[in-house]
Design a protein around this ligand. Structure first.
Ligand code: FRU
Length: 485
């Protein structure tokens, strides 16, 4: 398809008809997560709160559940519980973004919403080379109402990123600080070194590279989806690096997502990065993005999926014409140099109580009334092994001697079997179970496991098994979020 031949009106109509004609008969369709109306979803984009409303844009391929031409899908909400599908916001319809409106971010400034993204262009015949064949353009659009957007303004092309860069420079994240505007973009240089380019601008339009942010030793060949912010007095750089070898129980997914704590000033050479920390220990977490809401909270949403998924397993939802979802929104904090993630308070509105009990037995079995639940375990002391068996197929297992906690799947993992993390003590566990996903928060969000899973719909039992267990257990059925179309 040639970009210039794309009739935008027709395209809009086809997508809207496809979405409207959708009757989802998939028992794995999620109830309290944002998923694509049809087709494929990946990275969260343009997260912000603008004039009171939360905006979630995302990478959207409505025509193909295995991914393909990317647009920006768009949902809005006043409380992150009641959502509205605003329909596709940005289409790949210009010569500089004709092969995909790739990832980017929102800046709220002077009462307007500015969206920055990467316009992806594959040159004919040779777009798979690392150094040539692909244009990654930086593009901006502006909105006064969060719904209609001005014409797209092309701000930068490959030539503006520096001759030592490959054509892989993408995913602008923009913020304002001391009357200057800053942007980070993920990059791969010609020596195959993943890094971040830092840009500055006085007017949001003319940008210049002012620094490169690199780790001391090479860490992967490409850093995707960077984000940079200050949180509880510390500077944090989020990134999704590619090309990291597995190292024991670390870096077991095809690509990683994590963060560096930054000391010093990133606008100069006087900065230092801490050791890289993975943000999530599950099978499906990538390309997270954050924003500050009007209450001043730093909120994160991630993609509950991974790129190049077909090499890993085949997701059963593709038979039903869709694939992937976003994580629940999480509030971030820094505690003793560690990034903490906690489900946003608003999600408590989805709870309806099922059971609350003192854990004294060595084995507690509870029947779930639905496939969606939140389970909370407050443990007084956990010195012995513990197992939580979820809907027969998924097991969260703590081995006291090794101080390791693992998420283990039987067939419900579709070939993905085990992920683990070292943990000193386990004080509390919160598990958010949707029809086909688990998000497990340990010790108030010190560690998180995010995963899709596909248990038998017949299995509805939670079993808690341990020796000398002492504590409290609460279980809620989770109501669905609403999505108005
Ligand atoms: C991350 C990513 C981004 C890119 C987008 C394309 O998952 O590869 O780097 O902008 O997805 O969909």
């Amino acid at each position: 398809m040639n970009a210039l031949n794309r009739d935008l009106k027709k395209l809009t109509q086809i997508i809207e008809e496809k979405e409207a004609g959708r009757i989802l008969k998939d028992s794995y369709a999620l109830k309290f997560h944002i998923m694509p109306k049809v087709g494929w979803l990946n990275d969260p984009n343009g997260l912000c709160q603008f004039k009171g409303k939360y905006h979630v844009f995302f990478q959207y391929s409505p025509f193909d559940e295995k991914g393909g031409l990317k647009f920006w899908g768009h949902y809005t909400s006043i409380d992150m519980i009641h959502w509205k599908n605003e329909n596709t916001a940005l289409y790949a319809d210009q010569p500089f973004d004709c092969h995909g409106v790739y990832s980017g971010s929102a800046l709220i400034d002077e009462n307007k919403m500015y969206l920055y993204y990467t316009g992806n262009v594959k040159q004919v015949g040779k777009h798979d080379y690392v150094t040539t064949g692909r244009e990654h353009n930086t593009v901006m659009v502006v909105s006064e109402d969060g719904k209609t957007f001005t014409h797209k303004e092309l701000l930068m092309t490959n030539e503006d990123y520096g001759s030592e860069m490959t054509c892989h420079v993408r995913d602008p994240k923009v913020w304002k600080e001391d009357n200057m505007y800053y942007m980070v973009q993920g990059a791969r240089d010609k020596k195959d070194r993943g890094q971040i380019l830092l840009f500055a601008s006085e007017d949001k339009i003319v940008w210049k590279v002012i620094n490169k942010i690199q780790s001391e030793d090479v860490f992967g060949y490409m850093w995707e989806c960077p984000d940079f912010f200050e949180l509880d007095g510390q500077k944090v750089l989020l990134l999704s690096p590619q090309g990291i070898e597995a190292d024991g129980i670390k870096y077991n997914n095809i690509y990683q997502s994590g963060y560096y704590v930054v000391e010093g000033d990133i606008t100069t050479s006087e900065y230092a990065l801490s050791g890289f920390e993975e943000m999530d220990r599950g099978f499906d977490f990538y390309a997270p993005q954050t924003f500050i809401d009007e209450q001043g909270r730093r909120i994160l949403i991630g993609w509950m999926g991974l790129p190049d998924i077909d090499d890993l397993y085949s997701n059963p939802t593709t038979e039903h014409g869709w694939q992937h979802a976003l994580t629940i929104p999480r509030e971030l904090h820094m505690k003793e140099g560690k990034l903490i993630q906690q489900p946003i308070e608003e999600l408590k509105n989805l709870r309806s109580k099922v059971v609350g009990l003192e854990l004294k037995e060595n084995n507690t079995k509870i029947q779930l009334p639905a496939h969606t639940f939140e389970l909370e375990l407050m443990l007084e002391t956990l010195k012995k092994d513990l197992k939580i068996i979820i809907r027969k197929g998924a097991v969260l297992e703590y081995k006291a001697e090794e101080k390791v906690i693992s998420l283990i799947f039987d067939e419900c993992g579709y070939g993905r079997d085990k992920r683990s993390v070292q943990i000193e003590v386990v004080k509390n566990i919160r598990i958010f179970g949707d029809t086909s996903s688990l998000e497990i928060f340990l010790n108030d969000g010190e560690e998180v496991f995010t995963s899709r899973y596909y248990p038998s719909t017949e299995e509805n039992q939670i079993e808690v098994e341990g020796i000398e267990l002492n504590g409290k257990l609460n279980l809620w059925e989770m109501k669905a979020i609403t999505i108005e179309n």
